[in-house]
Design a protein. Structure first.
Length: 98
């Protein structure tokens, strides 16, 4: 499952509190199935009424090989061989001695 987005309009219920409550109940239902949910409160610019949005998605897969305390490979500092010359576009500065 990729993602779920649901909209709860204030006009669909008696008042805004009831619409927000329905959205929050739906969030709890989806979270109980293991989905990651985010609720957002917005306003309709045409009539000023509140719009309660729910976005749910599957949790990211866990990497069983990587230890929790280890950083991802992309965040580890790269080690260079000191004998390796610098890149051509960044040559070492040359100073003139007089």
């Amino acid at each position: 499952m990729s993602s779920i987005q649901e909209v709860f309009l204030e006009t669909d219920w008696d008042d805004a509190a009831q619409a927000r409550q329905k959205r929050d109940e739906r969030i709890l239902d989806l979270q109980s199935t293991g989905l990651v949910c985010v609720g957002t409160d917005l306003y309709n610019i045409v009539n000023g009424r509140r719009v309660f949005v729910l976005a749910a998605s599957s949790p990211p897969p866990l990497d069983p090989i990587r230890d929790e305390n280890s950083r991802p490979r992309s965040l580890r500092p790269q080690r260079r061989d000191p004998s390796e010359s610098r890149k051509m576009n960044h040559p070492l500065p040359q100073y003139e001695v007089r």
